[in-house]
Every structure is written in C-alpha cells, then in structure tokens.
Design a protein around this ligand. Structure first.
Ligand SMILES: [Zn+2]
Length: 112
C-alpha cells in the first residue's frame, strides 16, 4: 500500500531525528501534502497508528496540512489556484505550470 510506504518514510525520518537529538518520545509529526500528491489522509493516519506501536513514536499524532494546487501561466506569468485540474489560463489561454501541490514532506516534528 502506497500510504504504508509513506508512513514508513515519515517514521524513519522521525526516529532518525529523535536519535540525533536524543529525544525520548516523538509527540507529533506534521506533514505538508500537496493536493496532487495522491495521498489519502485517513489511510495514512491508519497506517501511521499501526506502524508507531512499540516505538518511541507510539501515540504520536500525525498532522496533515494540505497544500493547494497552484500554477503559473507559461504565457502571461500569472499565478493562480488550479481548479478542477483545469490547466488552461483563464486570462490568456496559456498552459499553467504546477508550482505547488505535488509536495509530500515532513514539515516539523515535536519530541521531548
Ligand atoms: Zn496566462
């Protein structure tokens, strides 16, 4: 499952970070997930809670911040939100290039 692999990746980063900082417990992992990253929050939360059992991240919450899909027109240079995956610039008919909305990364971690 896609979400399981993502949850494993997050936990790896968190455990590694905890080790380097001699943290005893991971409290929270915050993620930035683009609208187009193809991640299902509920499924990810489920995988996360299963995965952290027995680790220092057990009980840690997973906060997901969705990043909206934004594009920049290659013709007129305007930036705008992309609605309904319509990548045509409403001003000039040019093509919108994605500038955000595909990211999937750890934003910050809380530990003690
Ligand atoms: Zn345009």
């Amino acid at each position: 499952m896609h979400e399981m692999a993502i949850a494993e990746g997050i936990l790896d980063i968190a455990l590694d970070y905890a080790r380097k900082n001699e943290a005893k417990r991971i409290i929270k992992a915050a993620l930035l997930v683009g609208e187009m990253a193809g991640v299902e929050s509920e499924s990810l939360a489920f995988c996360w809670s299963a995965l952290v059992k027995g680790t220092i991240a057990e009980g840690a919450s997973l906060a997901v911040t969705r990043v909206p899909l934004r594009g920049r027109c290659v013709a007129c240079g305007r930036e705008r939100l992309v609605a309904r995956y319509n990548f045509i610039c409403p001003d000039c008919g040019g093509t919108l290039e994605i500038i955000s909305g595909r990211e999937l990364r750890v934003d910050y971690l809380e530990m003690e």
